[in-house]
Design a protein around this ligand. Structure first.
Ligand SMILES: *[C@@H]1O[C@H](CO)[C@@H](O)[C@H](O)[C@H]1NC(C)=O
Ligand SMILES: *[C@@H]1O[C@H](CO)[C@@H](O)[C@H](O)[C@H]1NC(C)=O
Ligand SMILES: *[C@@H]1O[C@H](CO)[C@@H](O)[C@H](O)[C@H]1NC(C)=O
Length: 478
């Protein structure tokens, strides 16, 4: 009997020695772990199987007779957590299944199959992966950590994070220990976090979800809101459901003030919060009834949630159309689409809005570019001209100009121009007349001067005529 035990021991030692290679098994906490163990199917009779956990005793064992036995911790309250399905024995599979694995289940297991004098042993290392988040619902701006715990930790293993099925690139780079991600909570961190552990060619993974709450609309700081001069605009500020800010407020930030310490300025006259601050609500959006060009700039919405002050900066960009009479081409005018901030604008498009006799609106895209040059006299160009501006993600907004009014103005201008021409013509005629008179006067003057040049000749002419008269008188007397 003693000899037999000795042989047994040696055999076991040899077997263990030969199978020094451990099988690595990863399992996510809470899931089912399967510890593989091969048992030859050529047994003429039922083998005895013993599953043990190193340093903590028997898990499950089956005697040759078929009698099963569970370790006390594996059969709590009549619920068997570990089992070795009989149906698999014939196929040479004596794997152990452990349901709802816990961190403390991590460790080294041994599967010993004894058939007559033949003993085979498999050694399995079970590692439990658990992902935990510091808080499953985090408030925007607070520090959150997501950690990946592997029990026992596989030294030299590589840990990778996936967030919503794509590799996670740390945002803030807060230094952390291996397997831990520390970030300031933003909506980007919301989702399914998966930790992937690779070790000795085997891979394990575990997941957890994180929800970040805060101001959901707009989702980003310094979001731009576009509005045309004179239009009504809404500045959005909506909190996540379940978050009702205790004291919400709006302020306009002075231009040029730094990011950290912005000085509040005055809110425009037409500014009105959608709900009174005394009545807490998820929606704290505000509106400007009539946007002025000078209302552009940064606005800040804020509210206190769970002792944490949440803020969102919104930039109001105002658009207008300026017209100018181009000096180069006569009878044409230029419309210029002007925005207080053009950093996101990539394209301008001019659209002519035409109404037919039935009042149906139709759009006609005319040209691209910031400036539109049109003939102001042409009847076709009457109506609404809209400048549509767009960015990378599509149309950002539009601003409209009425050319009808302009044609009226230009008509007045042309009529005043004709008045001027008449005056000029009249003046010219007057000048010509004056000139003619002057010329006539000069001529007369010149003639008189010519006569005075010969006074003697005049006397001679005079005397001869006198003599002739005398002679004739004498002849009459005769
Ligand atoms: C999280 O992602 C992992 C891996 O992509 C997936 O297996 C798991 O089902 C996901 N969990 C949830 C709650 O979406
Ligand atoms: C305008 O109305 C008239 C009569 O109601 C119709 O015959 C014509 O087709 C309409 N034109 C357009 C452009 O809808
Ligand atoms: C301008 O914007 C308003 C509001 O978004 C829209 O209703 C209108 O159709 C737009 N006009 C043009 C010409 O795109």
């Amino acid at each position: 009997m003693l000899f037999e035990y000795f042989i047994f021991g040696v055999a076991a030692f040899v077997m263990t020695g030969a199978q020094c290679e451990m099988t690595e098994v990863f399992a996510e906490a809470g899931s089912q772990a399967v510890l593989p163990c091969k048992c030859s199917s050529s047994y003429s009779y039922s083998p005895s199987i013993i599953w043990t956990k190193v340093n903590s005793g028997t898990v499950w064992r089956k005697q040759k007779s078929g009698l099963q036995h569970w370790g006390s911790s594996w059969y709590p309250k009549g619920l068997q957590r570990a089992r070795c399905p009989h149906s698999q024995f014939e196929r040479g599979d004596c794997s152990l299944e452990i349901n709802n694995v816990r961190e403390e289940d991590g460790g080294v297991y041994s599967c010993k199959v004894e058939s007559g004098h033949k003993v085979t042993e498999n050694v399995i290392s079970l590692r439990i992966i658990k992902v935990s988040v510091s808080q499953s619902v985090a408030i925007w701006g607070t520090e959150v950590s997501v950690s990946c715990k592997v029990t026992p930790w596989p030294y030299g293993a590589g840990v990778q994070w996936m967030l919503n099925s794509s590799p996670f690139v740390p945002l803030t780079g807060i230094p952390s220990v291996e397997g831990v991600v520390k970030e300031r909570a933003t909506e980007k961190l919301t989702g399914n976090w998966t930790c992937m552990v690779g070790y000795k060619g085997k891979q394990g993974r575990a997941s957890a979800t994180l929800t970040v709450k805060g101001i959901i609309q707009p989702s980003k700081d310094n979001t731009k809101v576009y509005a045309a001069v004179g239009s009504e605009v809404t500045l959005p500020c909506v909190f996540s459901s379940g978050l009702i800010p205790s004291s919400s407020a709006w302020e306009k930030l002075k231009p040029g003030s730094g990011f950290n310490k912005p000085a509040p300025g005055r809110l425009p006259a037409s500014f009105s919060p959608s709900s009174p601050s005394t009545q807490p609500s998820l929606d704290n959006s505000a509106s400007l009834r009539e946007v002025g060009f000078e209302d552009e700039g940064r606005y800040r919405c804020s509210g206190i949630v769970e002792g944490q002050r949440l803020t969102r900066n919104i930039q109001l960009v105002v658009a207008k159309i300026e017209s100018s009479i181009t000096s180069k081409k006569k009878g044409s005018m230029a419309l210029i689409c002007k925005l207080t901030d053009t950093s996101e604008v990539t394209d301008y498009e001019w659209v002519h809005v035409v109404y037919d006799n039935n009042g149906t609106q139709s759009f006609e895209s005319i040209q691209k570019g910031k400036t539109l040059s049109i003939s102001k006299v042409s009847e076709e160009n009457r109506g609404e001209w809209t400048c549509r501006f767009s960015g990378k993600e599509g149309i950002l907004g539009n601003v409209t100009y009425q050319v009808q009014l302009m044609s009226g103005l230009s008509g007045q201008k042309s009529s005043s121009l004709s008045h001027n021409t008449a005056a000029v013509v009249g003046l010219s005629i007057l000048l010509v007349v004056l000139l003619l008179i002057l010329v006539q006067m000069y001529k007369n003057h010149q003639r008189r001067k010519r006569i005075f040049q010969y006074p003697a000749l005049e006397t001679i002419v005079h005397t001869t005529s006198n003599e002739r008269e005398e002679r004739e008188r004498n002849r009459e007397k005769k």
